[in-house]
Design a protein around this ligand. Sequence first.
Ligand code: HEC
Ligand code: HEC
Length: 253
Amino acid sequence: MLKRIAPGAGAIAAMALLASVANAQEAVDEDLMALGEEIYGNSCAQCHRSEGQGTPPAFPALAENEFLEDAGAVASIIHEGREAMPPFANLDAEQVAAVATYIRNSWGNEYGGVDVDEVAAYIGEDVEDMRVSVWDGVYTDEQAERGEQFYRASCSQCHGIRLDGAAEDPDMSGSPAVARARLIRSWEDQSVASLFEYTRGSMPEQNPGSMSNEQIADILAYMFQVSNMPSGDEELSPNPADLGRIIVEYDPR
Ligand code: HEC
Ligand code: HEC
């Protein structure tokens, strides 16, 4: 027989505390949630995966991750990046609030909404001004030449000598093209910081993390050159803060 136990004073206090924490949360705005889901699919899922499960240890899970409780810390890491998390300086306050709302309230997370005005006060409004395009001459020819050597040594067996996904080694078929329209389609509207961190963290597929940051930047320069993006006077830097401002897009000319 089940015995009914009256809740003691301690349990009642704990329940009241839980209720007050829940009440302190911002309500979740459904429009922000929908916008956030879209941004997440385009900009975050390639590393943190569609169900927020991540690809540990390179890319942490966001599902059931207590870090997400602190909305300010979440907005900050999205805007500024941290270590191998690329900065999303190209997202405006509403977009940051939206994707923060989405990850804080999906896959079992229930951390509440994120206020657009609070994010705006923190990251400012001058997002568009900082943007540079991959078509603005963001690498040098010399760098692309170095990149070609590294690419042939570590990438072409799967992605093909012409970067078209036609693997040199038949056992390695099934790898995508990494230049031209396919590259742009995969990364459109995302920053080169995301492309860089994805490549650095997961390629070459059989041995991720084996290349230096400089080598990865050189290989990206080569991928841009093969994609007919013009070269310029300055090398593509391996610094995420610089790469976060360069946006992948179709030729605007
Ligand atoms: C290129 C891969 C990549 C992409 C794209 C990416 N992240 Fe991350 N993210 C990381 C890595 C790596 C870390 C761990 C950073 C560290 O080691 O400090 C991280 C950490 C985080 C954290 C903190 C988690 C914790 O436990 O500390 C949050 C929140 C987060 N990312 C959200 C996002 C959101 C939102 C997006 C899309 C707007 C995104 N990330 C896109 C790689 C990525
Ligand atoms: C063993 C085979 C293999 C090697 C070697 C390899 N890759 Fe990959 N690469 C893949 C596969 C498979 C995918 C698709 C992964 C997925 O979709 O989850 C991929 C995906 C990519 C993507 C994303 C493409 C897209 O459209 O989103 C980039 C960029 C990339 N690789 C760059 C590189 C670079 C640069 C190197 C060399 C440093 C390299 N890869 C070496 C197999 C390989």
